[in-house]
Design a protein. Structure first.
Length: 388
């Protein structure tokens, strides 16, 4: 593993508010299904017949993934009663505003079985946006960084797990922003397509990099010594309708699912009580809602691009863990993220060091202590404001 937070000057991340419930807070969570997409589509419950071959199993627990949870807070939101939860919640539409980061597509520029990384990174990036109260620009974290460096714990293009991704980010100390390491659909063990023409091992250049100009003009790609990053303060698992809803009050989840049930999906609420439940894929759950007929459903966000489903989203009935969606969900609380400006020159050199913490490595244990104290206060304030 490339221990760059010790050997290189990682741009210090700002300690961030992590009790994302604060954002619901003014709204009693009277949020609805995204108005311009899902509301215009049929709310009719659909039943699908599967005709295609089984989906490749992209869910895999790696040998180094030894800890599915690292919890440091008292998680007071889990004490909420079912009657205190809102009837609907959708992080894509909070008072008409989306608090989600960009949609992702794991299948370009070529196929890579990295759904687990996309689901985990998507949910974590969303929680940072929620904690920042939708402040622009969005912080989009690097899936490729996890693929390049997290193979033994998190996974690769041949499968992995969302909880493994969270363990790796936490233990590594940070994950880079995707502006310095965009998704290329390759990992160090990839044997196909464009992957055989480049190095995807965990080197400095494969954590965060820039390229100055064409090689024939003397240019080269270099690993950055200063780059924005984010950390994880705590992470864990949740399952079952009620507990998933409680955790969703803080932000999206990364959940396992049987993708054989999704491949033919177009729109509407998927209702397959007799469907298979063999987890082979990971998606993000961003909320829940009800049809006009009263059928309750989860709102999921996939990593197959916006050409699929309801602009990349789908809905599936709650209860009974249809397609296994309620069996194994992971959550992560962001610890800190880079907000301060540490500008470098175009070729990645000559970085200015501004502020008292300039050039100081992000120390996860110190971040966690600060976050823990802040989380408790904010969780109490959030519940008082929303539920009283």
């Amino acid at each position: 593993m490339f221990s760059s937070n010790r050997e290189r000057r990682v741009v210090p991340a700002r300690a961030g508010a992590t009790a994302a419930m604060v954002l619901l807070l003014s709204s009693k969570a009277t949020v609805n299904v995204a108005a311009d997409t899902m509301e215009k589509r049929s709310s009719t419950v659909k039943k699908y017949t599967l005709t295609k071959k089984k989906y490749m199993n992209e869910y895999k627990v790696m040998p180094g993934h030894t800890k599915k949870e690292h919890i440091i807070s008292d998680r007071t939101h889990m004490q909420l009663k079912a009657t205190e939860l809102p009837a609907e919640l959708n992080w894509a539409d909070v008072k008409g505003k989306s608090l989600l980061t960009k949609n992702l597509n794991q299948h370009i520029p070529q196929y890579c079985g990295s759904c687990w990384a996309h689901g985990a990174i998507s949910a974590l990036s969303d929680r940072i946006k929620i904690a920042r109260k939708g402040k622009s620009p969005d912080i989009n974290l690097s899936v490729q960084h996890v693929l390049n460096c997290g193979g033994e714990v998190a996974g690769s293009c041949y499968g992995g797990s969302q909880s493994g991704a969270y363990q790796w980010i936490h233990d590594n100390g940070f994950v880079a922003y995707d502006s310095g390491n965009p998704y290329l659909a390759c990992s160090s063990d990839s044997k196909n397509g464009i992957c055989v023409h480049a190095d995807f091992t965990c080197t400095a250049k494969n954590v965060a990099r820039t390229c100055s100009t064409f090689p024939e003009m003397g240019g080269k790609c270099v690993g950055l010594t200063h780059f924005p990053n984010a950390t994880i303060a705590e992470y864990g698992m949740v399952s079952g309708v009620e507990d998933m809803k409680k955790e969703l009050m803080r932000g999206p989840l990364a959940c396992g699912i049987d993708a054989d049930n999704l491949r033919d999906y177009h729109k509407g609420v998927l209702d397959i009580p007799d469907g298979t439940r063999n987890i082979n894929h990971v998606i993000s759950v961003i909320g829940w809602g009800k049809t006009p007929e009263g059928k309750e459903y989860w709102i999921g966000r996939n990593s197959w691009g916006e050409y699929w489903g309801e602009l990349g989203h789908f809905r599936i009935a709650t209860g009974g863990s249809q397609a296994g969606i309620e069996d194994e969900c992971s959550w992560a609380v962001p610890g800190s993220w880079t907000e301060n400006n540490f500008p470098c020159e175009e070729d990645g050199t000559g970085c200015l060091e501004e502020g008292d913490q300039a050039g100081t490595p992000v120390l996860t244990n110190l971040v966690e202590k600060n976050v823990l104290k802040k989380n408790k206060v904010q969780a109490e304030q959030a519940q008082e404001e929303v539920y009283n």
